[in-house]
Write a protein that binds this ligand. Structure first.
Ligand code: IMO
Ligand code: MG
Length: 408
């Protein structure tokens, strides 16, 4: 069975925690997109792990984890991450593989990424990890894939510095390559989890272009870049937070206004730990944008939504969510492509009553306060999508499952 987990907002929805949770029942976890721009946090008892490249199933001792074809991989960053895991008692040898079609991030890409940002009159606010350069060169057909590292003829166009870098990592990289398509075909009866990075609104095609990342973070990416065909996807899960965050620049219709919502933003940032895992930047915060979420559901055929960070709202007497936009005086109920329209969209907000009590410790949907259930029902009706899992804390057991996605 093949389950795809993607972010349904602008990233940082809690994909890492959810993939880690679901990985308990999977045998193989394939991350299909992005690179070291991602930051997936997993909390295990008193320990916190921040993963950037390695799929979120790695903390289980027996799971196979694979970096998929759609990823762009900086060998230095991967080495650092695996060393960190090893130093903390996570034995990864022999169960981490990389699709030999995945692309390599060379050191100079980071520099070029920064230089291009400086030249933009409206910078994207990239993570500076060279991600856009790697995907750009891939599209230009001048990239280096893992398979190419072992074929000198593929490296002739590189300059001496790049060749030396590849030569340095070549032997270490020999332990990882697999033909992902063949591997997954051989394990066609396994339970496989496809882990997305970034989110639907950061996807190169479906996101708020040009304020996006450069990979496929949509569900279709799991097929194109995860080693299976689209008809082999059994289920798509979209992870979203009770509110919205965005890190980096670009339109964000429900972003809190610092003049009258500054205190609310500070509260959510502090309670939800809304600081970038990769860059440490404070994340921009705002109410849930249902127009954007419904768009994400449609464009990704999301079968079921996973609501995270619901506990962040525990103390609020009331809160709101955006159900439409007003753009130049007109009521708009779809998610526009135009950056002008998104930048000028005033959110039409619906008010919800808060529950004003702690959600921690509740283990079933029935135990949730009526106000939380009302919020959940409203989102389900608006998006026409069920919410089958709800996260109320960082720990694995702080997860309410109404219906396991592994049940067909
Ligand atoms: P996870 O997987 C949130 C954002 C950057 C920037 C834009 C382009 O942790 O959810 P890039 O370096 O990719 O060229 O930057 O995309 N971005 C993310 N924002 N979560 C992420 O990943 C992100 N990966 C990239 O902040 O706005
Ligand atoms: Mg992140």
């Amino acid at each position: 069975m093949n389950i795809v987990v993607i972010g349904a907002q602008w990233g940082d929805e809690g994909k890492g925690k959810i993939v880690d949770y679901l990985a308990g029942d999977a045998q193989i976890i394939v991350r299909f997109s992005g690179g070291a721009n991602a930051g997936h946090t997993i909390v295990l008892k008193d320990e916190q792990f921040a993963l950037h490249l390695v799929p979120s199933g790695v903390l289980y001792p027996d799971k196979i984890v694979i970096l998929g074809t759609g990823m762009v991989i900086d060998p230095e960053a991967l080495h650092a991450e695996l060393s960190m895991l090893e130093s903390r008692g996570i034995n990864w040898q022999g169960r981490v593989f990389i699709s030999d079609r995945a692309h390599i991030v060379l050191p100079k890409y980071r520099q070029i990424d920064k230089e291009m940002e400086e030249k933009r009159n409206k910078p994207i606010g990239t993570t500076g990890r060279g991600i856009g350069i790697a995907y750009g060169l891939k599209a230009f057909r001048d990239g280096i894939r893992l398979a190419d590292v072992f074929e000198d003829e593929r490296l002739v166009n590189l300059d001496a510095e790049d060749r030396a870098f590849i030569a340095h990592w070549k032997d270490w990289l020999k332990q990882f390559p697999i033909n992902l398509v063949d591997y997954l075909d051989k394990h066609r009866h396994a339970y496989v989890l496809f882990e997305g990075a970034q989110g639907a609104l950061l996807d190169i095609d479906t996101g708020t272009y040009p304020f996006v990342s450069s990979g496929m973070s949509c569900a279709a990416g799991a097929a194109a870049q995860g080693g299976i065909g689209p008809r082999s996807i059994d289920k798509v899960l979209g992870v979203f937070k009770a509110y919205t965050t965005r890190v980096g620049n670009g339109p964000f219709p429900t972003e809190f206004n610092p003049e009258n919502q500054g205190a609310l933003e500070d509260y959510i940032r502090k309670t939800g730990r809304e600081y970038g895992v990769t860059t440490g930047r404070p994340r921009r915060c705002g109410y849930l944008d249902l127009v954007a979420l419904r768009y994400a559901c449609r464009v990704n055929s999301i079968d079921t939504l996973v609501l995270t960070h619901l506990d962040v709202y525990d103390t609020l007497p009331s809160f709101e969510a955006c159900i439409a936009y007003k753009i130049d005086g007109k009521l708009i109920e779809h998610f526009p492509s135009s950056i002008y329209e998104l930048e000028h969209a005033e959110p039409v907000l619906r008010k919800f009553k808060g529950w004003e009590c702690e959600l921690k410790g509740r283990s079933s949907y029935d135990e949730l306060p009526i106000e939380a259930k009302d919020y959940i029902s409203f989102i389900e009706e608006y998006t026409e999508t069920s919410i089958d899992m709800i996260s109320i804390g960082y720990e694995r057991n702080e997860t309410i499952v109404r219906k396991s996605p592994w049940i067909r």
